[in-house]
Design a protein. Sequence first.
Length: 277
Amino acid sequence: MTGLSDLTAHYERSPIERKHTLPHLRRSPPPATARTPPSLLALAAFALACGDDPATPPQEPPPPEDPPCSRTSEAGYVRTDSRFTEGPVFWPAEAVEGCIPVAFDPVGSKDLPAAAARDALWRAADSWAAAAEGCGAPLCLRDGGDVPRDEGLGLREGGPNHNLVTFTVDAATWDALQSPTVIAVTTTTINARTGALVDADVNLNDAHFLFADDEVGAPPDALDLETVLRHELGHLLGFDHGADPGSVMFPTEASGGERRGLSGDDVAGICEAFGCY
Ligand SMILES: [Zn+2]
């Protein structure tokens, strides 16, 4: 397979807390009234090309193999730009028709039982699917089964490829990949000729952060796993950070641990991105 490229989207803790400044990090705007919440989170994304030279994109990209659907909207959502074609990334029709599989690393998280982490994942996935169903868009996600990290993380030439959710518990392993302040990374691999998504993996930083699936009784520093996964699945589905402060794809989280659902912009995005299949 030729012309594959990776895009990574990072979910990060704000430098306000960690005094750790990254050039791509966007700081949360100061709240209008309330005091600054104790646990500000910031989400930031940047694209990193691997396996293809971004300086030499195809001069005449062929028509996409599937309709990219809406590319712009007055709503606040943003679809991930493929960087190599004129349009956003998108899942091929056969992937959408068969339901996009999401596999789970059975090792799970150190912070909560694997069953609870799975439940959080599927609540997050179901929220996106329910939003699509509400407007008749044929988006569905299905259980891709248990896939060990070594088999599922990253792209494999010739496949099979798994869209994997995995937790990195070991600090040295995480630190070799990302800054400790990064909460999660979703790496999507696309066909650079068409913008079609090939693989998407969600890697959560379980080495430096604590995840919880319930606000009640959770440690004050814990992150709501369902919200983090809803955000990362948004990247998996082809969305970048958006401008709606209520959106789960907004680049900053104003109050740590608080569960965030889909906003009107998120729903508009999923309906327009998946409405034309
Ligand atoms: Zn993000």
